[in-house]
Design a protein around this ligand. Structure first.
Ligand SMILES: Nc1ncnc2c1ncn2[C@@H]1O[C@H](COP(=O)(O)OP(=O)(O)OP(=O)(O)O)[C@@H](O)[C@H]1O
Ligand SMILES: O=C(CO)[C@H](O)[C@H](O)COP(=O)(O)O
Length: 290
């Protein structure tokens, strides 16, 4: 945690919607005049695509069938913790990009499956924004969660997460349903052991729940729309959260527990703006006073 150089981390599995949530944060940053530097979790993969394939073969041959991109050891988590820690102390740091597809290859000038070079953050930012797989990890080697001042979990129920992943990976990244299904299966061990535990560390979780039948996610023809879903918003520490204000502002919402509200899926953007804007403003104004 850093009063002077705050960090926001948004954590979610592959296809959960963290990139989508980043757009909402970007809108808040623009509107509130907050200068944020952003990093993507995939930048901290340990291997490029080709080397990951070799490493997977090597791990499988050695009997480690739980190895995947979700695994701690497939990512440079010490480097990520160092970036968080350095940013918290000095407001400086560095990142790079993992290039997934042709569009990103054109944008960054390196082929799909490769990393760009590391580059330093711009000077003078107000906060650091992380979005990816491992923003709230606590294990024997690293404690990334302790460096972040606001930790968000993006966690659709799993059938929906799979539908979102399958559609995104097919349309944007050119994979087949069979290849994506294979990846989902191979990642299951690390999903349970490396991804899920983070959502007890996060301050607020946004869980999208479809209200249409998603019982066979592998044949779903489209992603359930916002109007075909609800979102459960759970606060780790509900003290200071003005639930009656939120329920009155978000038409159709209700409290389901003392620390949780449920909103119509179409109100997610509004809810995020109402909940997060004062939190972001507080982080920035406290940092200017520190
Ligand atoms: N609230 C939402 N309503 C409808 N569709 C959504 C929502 N959130 C995400 N999606 C869809 O789900 C897919 C995956 O979302 P997104 O790319 O944001 O995931 P991600 O968590 O960033 O994945 P990765 O980390 O693997 O890049 C996209 O097609 C996106 O449009
Ligand atoms: O989004 C992901 C994880 O968050 C990808 O699955 C990961 O970055 C590997 O990508 P690829 O299989 O395309 O090389």
């Amino acid at each position: 945690m850093s009063k002077k150089h705050p960090i926001i981390s948004v954590t979610g599995s592959s296809g959960a919607g963290t990139s989508t949530v980043k757009h909402t944060f970007d809108q808040i940053f623009r509107r509130e005049g907050v200068n944020a530097v952003s990093i993507e979790g995939d930048a901290f993969h340990r291997f490029n695509r080709k080397d990951m394939k070799s490493e997977l073969d090597r791990q499988y041959a050695g009997g480690n069938v739980g190895f995947s991109h979700f695994s701690f050891e497939a990512n440079e988590l010490k480097e990520l913790e160092k970036v968080f820690s350095q940013y918290g102390e000095t407001g400086t740091g560095r990142t790079r990009h993992y290039v997934h597809d042709a569009d990103e290859a054109e944008k960054y000038g390196v082929p799909p499956g490769e990393f760009t070079d590391w580059a330093p953050f711009e000077d003078g930012s107000d906060l650091l924004f992380y979005e990816g797989l491992h923003g709230s990890v606590v294990n024997d080697d690293v404690n990334i969660a302790r460096h972040a001042d606001l930790k968000i979990g993006v966690v659709p129920v799993i059938n929906l997460e799979w539908i979102q992943k399958i559609h995104r990976d097919k349309e944007k990244r050119g994979y087949t349903t069979e290849a994506i299904t294979d990846v989902i299966l191979r990642r299951m061990y690390a999903y349970v052991h490396c991804i899920c535990p983070q959502f007890t560390e996060t301050d607020i979780n946004f869980q999208r729940v479809p209200v249409v039948d998603t019982s066979n996610p592998f044949v779903a023809r489209w992603i359930p729309t916002p109007d075909e879903s609800l979102v459960v918003i759970r606060f780790r520490n509900p003290r200071g959260i003005d639930f009656s204000y939120l329920v009155s502002m978000i038409h159709g919402s209700w409290m389901s527990r003392a620390n949780s509200i449920v909103i119509p899926g179409g109100k997610l953007d509004l809810a995020m703006q109402l909940i997060l804007t004062p939190m972001i403003n507080r982080l920035v104004s406290e940092s200017k006073r520190a």
